[in-house]
Write a protein that binds this ligand. Structure first.
Ligand code: ZN
Length: 346
């Protein structure tokens, strides 16, 4: 890498989306007099009688959760997408709209209200992955579902209203815009080289080792060269898989292990239950073939320099494009050097 870039402003290209990020490493020493976030760090009980997601409790819509022991899925009581609706379109002059349908589900990762992914045991995280697989295959096989978005919002800072360990699955008729961008860039590369874009990127990163955070036999976790969020990471399978449904049992285990280790490092970074949005990107489910697609998961955490200082995407970011201060290499080194044992269990 151009050594000057460690200390001077430059921009980096995201090979998956075709977008650029402005990197300003010289700014990391500026003093912070801005907003400090409140930190709620009470130790949670294993069961909370007021929680909508705990086993046996009654949810807002009056339905009762079963006494589940393993990951449990249900239809989101306040779904953003609905399976049925009037079909139609608007095409009037410059006004354009079309009907959208879909299904939103909630996945409770564990019956234990006090846990989070980094605190769960690997075999229990394997069960979460198997549930994601099952849902991807089940929902994805439906006629009017052409993309299945699996994600987790963790923490108040990410707008998560309930601390019970859970994620969501929103699936819909159209293929969402972030997925379309990644489809297009992977496809162009595939057509030209007949190889996976992300696969070739992983090879380069595994040689350079500058941005690696974790690696095992089947998965790599790294801070992508083009990361936007301060401690953004990407987990990708070494094998060229189009979607989660293709994971074999060894890969499920390796995925669970790297998920646990990465989220432990995140919690250890500022000794807090680290907030983030994470999501899986994979091939659409519209029945077509997507040989170019390479399954991966991204983590977008908002914290910047402590558990109370968050990065804001405002001003320049809103009007021009994303910007970051610490480089991807610095973030990777910090994460790599953190212990693999959770700070509350050390
Ligand atoms: Zn709960």
């Amino acid at each position: 890498m151009n050594k000057e870039f460690n200390t001077h402003p430059h921009r980096r290209y995201n090979i998956l989306t075709g977008e650029w990020v402005l990197v300003s490493p010289h700014r990391t020493k500026r003093p912070w007099q801005g907003k400090l976030e409140k930190v709620a760090e009470e130790k949670r009980p294993s069961y909370d009688a007021d929680c909508f997601l705990c086993p046996g409790n009654v949810r807002a819509n009056g339905e009762k959760n079963p006494d589940y022991k393993t990951p449990f899925t249900f239809r989101n009581d306040f779904s953003a997408l609905l399976p049925e609706g009037p079909k139609g379109a608007v095409n009037e002059g410059l006004l354009k709209a079309e009907s959208e349908t879909g299904i939103c589900r909630v996945v409770c990762f564990s019956p234990d209200h006090s846990l989070t992914l980094p605190l769960m045991q690997v075999p229990d995280i394997v069960r979460v992955i198997q549930k994601w697989k099952e849902e991807y295959e089940d929902i994805g096989s439906m006629e009017d579902i052409n993309y299945v978005q699996i994600f987790e919002n963790k923490g108040d800072l990410m707008g998560c209203s309930n601390p019970h360990p859970h994620g969501q699955i929103w699936s819909q008729l159209s293929v969402p815009v972030e997925v379309q961008k990644k489809s297009a860039h992977q496809k162009t590369y595939w057509k030209k080289n007949n190889r996976s874009l992300l696969g070739d990127y992983l090879k380069q990163e595994l040689e350079l080792k500058e941005r690696l955070v974790l690696e095992n036999e089947h998965f790599v976790a790294l801070v992508p060269y083009w990361a936007v969020w301060p401690y953004e990471t990407l987990i990708a399978s070494k094998r060229h898989l189009q979607h989660i449904g293709q994971l074999n049992s060894e890969e499920e285990h390796a995925y669970a292990e790297i998920l646990k280790k990465l989220t432990i490092k995140y919690d250890n970074l500022f000794q807090t239950s680290f907030p983030y949005s994470s999501g899986i990107h994979q091939s659409p489910t519209d029945g077509k073939n997507y040989p170019e697609w390479h399954f991966h998961m991204s983590f977008y955490p908002p914290l910047l320099r402590s558990k109370t200082v968050k990065k804001f995407m405002v001003g320049y970011e809103m009007f021009a494009g994303p910007q970051r201060d610490i480089t991807a290499e610095q973030a990777a080194e910090t994460l790599r050097d953190l212990p693999d044992v959770h700070y509350t269990e050390g």
